[in-house]
Design a protein around this ligand. Structure first.
Ligand code: ZN
Length: 166
């Protein structure tokens, strides 16, 4: 009988081989943001459509890189599409908390309130994202897993900046 680790590996490989929401969206109205992980050479391009209520009506992923970076991006799109920005930011926080055991306070992006310990939020259902939890055992790969999530935060920030200018 396959163990949990095998199941998680299957989920990661499935998203790597059959990435969800891969492609591009026309800009504007979509926002296009690029992320790069120099430690590994991973590139992620995130396209997001956010409506006036802040709901993520569509998102697409481009770019290339290792299996962890690309499958994490694919899982992210499946998890957040159709959610509001607030719901998505909550999931991003929970995901980054899950991935931050070895790098807390090092990335300085303020997402998990640098300097304070982050307790896992039991109210957030991580679903398939649990499959990536094992990545924290390999600290050099954590940036691979969080790249698309950080890029999505940047896309939200740019989108809200633009809305405030209108
Ligand atoms: Zn990588």
């Amino acid at each position: 009988m396959p163990g949990l680790e095998d199941l998680y590996r299957e989920i990661i490989l499935d998203h790597y081989r059959n990435p969800r929401n891969r492609g591009e969206l026309p800009t504007p109205p979509a926002h296009r943001v690029e992320g790069f992980n120099p430690l590994c050479g991973d590139e992620i391009v995130v396209y997001v459509d956010v409506d006036d209520e802040g709901r993520l009506t569509d998102l697409k992923i481009g770019g290339q890189g290792c299996s962890i970076s690309q499958s994490s991006a694919s899982m992210m799109t499946a998890a957040v599409k159709g959610r509001t920005e607030a719901e998505t930011r909550e999931l991003i926080r929970a995901f980054k908390a899950m991935m931050s055991i070895h790098e807390r306070g090092l990335d300085g992006d303020g997402i998990d309130g640098d300097g304070g310990p982050v307790a896992p939020d039991p109210s957030v259902d991580m679903g398939e994202l649990e499959a990536l939890r094992g990545v924290v055992k390999f600290p050099v790969r954590i940036k691979c897993a969080t790249l698309s999530w950080n890029t999505l935060v940047q896309a939200f920030d740019e989108a809200s900046l633009e809305r405030s200018r209108e």
